[in-house]
Write a protein that binds this ligand. Structure first.
Ligand SMILES: [Zn+2]
Length: 71
């Protein structure tokens, strides 16, 4: 599961991204916008880097298959 480097996960939530952490609890990582880059945040517990990405302008919403609850 570890990948020798930084684990990057794309998220569509801003400024806080929720994820299920390595211990099974939901954690919220604050994303910080950098100059010239998309906002990023790193979870200190599992070291996953979350990178914000603007959602595609699709009107179709498909149900999430990851089991994470939406805000
Ligand atoms: Zn985490």
């Amino acid at each position: 599961m570890t990948h020798n480097g930084t684990v990057l996960r794309t998220v569509y939530d801003f400024p806080v991204a929720a994820h299920i952490c390595s211990d099974g609890t939901v954690r919220y990582t604050r994303l910080v916008r950098r100059a010239g880059c998309e906002p990023q945040g790193v979870c200190p517990a599992c070291n996953i880097t979350f990178q914000y990405r603007k959602p595609k302008p699709s009107r179709v919403r498909h149900p999430s298959s990851q089991g994470a609850s939406h805000f």
